[in-house]
Ligand binder design. Structure first.
Ligand code: X2W
Length: 286
């Protein structure tokens, strides 16, 4: 009995792989930018699973780029150091002391955790931030926010070099200022700007909600950009979803083919989205 069940499992696995063929063909050579938010980063097991999915993407011919956040990890370190921090419209007010902690946590701990997880799964990942090779040059967003940056000049050549070597870039959302400043960039904003600079085929925004919800609270699986604008005007899209949908609209305007907002804590979220008919979360396109 047990043996028969096991056979059935293996047959299902083989069928799943076979059914993935059209999707694998569709995405060969595609650039997929994955934003991994701090809230979507779970246990070591969840990180291992995420890493396995990204390495698999690379093995089947996709060029994945991971852009990460780490807001909760920055909060924990600021608390430890007794540095107070507040958010205005979803952006952390960032003074000199804060930006040093942001860089230490994002480029240090968080970035290297992801790099190591990918490498442990057999990938070849390299960690960098927007400062490396002037990937993301920023100007100050608003003097009231201190060292918070808006990406103004993207130099993605280094990413193409890494793709050609089969390397997976893992990017911390810090930007270089024209005068040598370090800018703290919202992770979604950075992912959108990087995806646009690469004319990415997909930007996957992994978060801790299932997707964009309608008035009844059900996830909308596919939306046009105009629907996003309408639902925002009606107040259906509100709160923490607004920075995500704004990122999606800007990315699409900047040349990204489609953006997906999905729950990064769901098992194999990225694979489900890319390689099955079912998809995951909310797909937004023009
Ligand atoms: C963010 C950068 C990290 C981030 C911050 O300081 O928290 C700004 O707010 P999540 O995990 O994606 O939220 N930067 C300007 O965006 O992390």
């Amino acid at each position: 009995m047990k043996k028969q069940n096991m056979n059935r499992d293996w047959i299902a696995t083989a069928r799943t792989l076979s059914q993935a063929l059209p999707y694998l063909q569709r995405y060969t050579g595609a650039v997929v930018v994955i934003k991994l938010g701090g809230h979507a980063m779970g246990s070591d097991e969840a990180m291992e699973e995420f890493a396995r999915d990204v390495v698999l993407m690379q093995m089947v011919g996709i060029n994945p780029v991971v852009v990460h956040g780490g807001g909760p990890m920055i909060n924990a370190m600021l608390d430890k150091l007794e540095i107070k921090s507040e958010f205005v419209n979803g952006k952390r007010v960032t003074d000199q002391a804060t930006v040093e902690v942001v860089e230490m946590v994002l480029s240090g701990t968080v970035n290297k955790r992801i790099v190591q997880a990918l490498n442990r799964q057999g990938g070849k990942a390299i960690g960098l931030s927007g400062k490396d090779a002037n990937l993301m040059v920023c100007t100050q967003t608003n003097p009231d926010l201190g060292f918070v940056g808006t990406p103004t000049n993207m130099n993605p050549e280094v990413l193409h070099d890494l793709f050609s070597k089969g390397t997976i870039p893992v990017i911390a959302p810090l930007g270089a200022g024209e005068n040598g400043e370090t800018f703290n960039v919202n992770g979604d904003t950075a992912a959108g700007a990087i995806a646009a600079s690469l004319n990415a085929d997909r930007l996957l925004l992994l978060t801790d909600v299932a997707g964009v919800k309608d008035g009844a609270g059900d996830v909308i699986t596919e939306l046009k950009t105009q629907q996003i604008r309408d639902l925002t005007a009606e107040g259906v899209i509100a709160g923490g979803m607004i920075p995500k949908t704004e990122t999606a609209l800007n990315a699409i305007e900047g040349g990204v083919r489609a953006v997906v907002i999905l729950d990064g804590r769901a098992p194999n979220a990225c694979l489900l989205e890319l390689f099955t008919e079912h998809g995951a979360g909310s797909l937004i396109r023009d």
